[in-house]
Design a protein. Structure first.
Ligand code: ZN
Length: 212
């Protein structure tokens, strides 16, 4: 059951239930923050209409925002199929025959109930972290890519928006080709500080996005 001071109450359909009590729990009030009402909090961005300002918001993709440990509990795997082992460091998928490491990783830079580790792949050797310069190059080379790597554009993605206290304030399920537009719509809300993108089918963390 929920701890004292955090009474649980039934929530609207579609909201994720609390693991402890199997009911929707309100978020605790933080000092200086208006208590959010989870019953009315946005879990989607369909109501947002892109404005010219939103359209021009630049995005900064941020792979591996926290250090990744390649030792604790990790395993080596050999890529046996194309487009199946997405490296979160270089944002390219492993090529058949390459060695990659499956590691447990927590991308959160702060502490909140939303933090937690999950599995990701990284190349075992010799890949460089995706950088802004490469992003700019891809912008030039891919007129429809908008700087979003192909690894992300061809997958179904879960995009989760967090505020500065690391609480989720919105979420969307989108095709990767729509990531850029969705991210800009989410950043139109002053409440949104950053996004975590996950590969929707497997649920693994893919990349963080900050306003550019
Ligand atoms: Zn890599």
């Amino acid at each position: 059951m929920a701890p004292p001071g955090l009474p649980c109450s039934p929530g609207p359909p579609g909201l994720r239930a609390c693991r402890a009590c199997d009911r929707v729990c309100p978020r605790p009030q933080l000092p200086g923050r208006k208590p959010p009402d989870i019953r009315t909090a946005s879990t989607h961005t369909e109501h947002m209409t892109p404005t010219p300002a939103m359209t021009h918001t630049s995005l900064k993709l941020r792979p591996l925002p926290t250090p990744v440990s390649l030792t604790t509990g990790s395993v080596l795997v050999i890529v046996d199929a194309p487009d199946s082992y997405p490296c979160r460091r270089c944002l390219h998928d492993g090529l058949v025959g390459e060695t990659m490491r499956l590691v447990s990783y927590d991308a959160f830079l702060g502490v909140s109930p939303y933090t937690g580790a999950g599995p990701i792949f990284v190349h075992e050797n010799g890949c460089e972290q995706f950088e802004r310069s490469e992003q700019s190059k891809e912008l030039d080379e891919q007129s429809e890519g908008g700087g979003v790597p192909e690894q992300l554009r061809r997958r179904l993605l879960a995009v989760r928006a967090y505020d500065t206290a690391h609480f989720m304030v919105a979420s969307e399920l989108v095709e990767g080709s729509d990531l850029e537009e969705t991210a800009r719509q989410m950043f139109a809300s002053a409440e949104v500080a950053y996004l975590h993108v996950h590969f929707a089918r497997a649920g693994c963390f893919a990349v963080r996005i900050d306003p550019g």
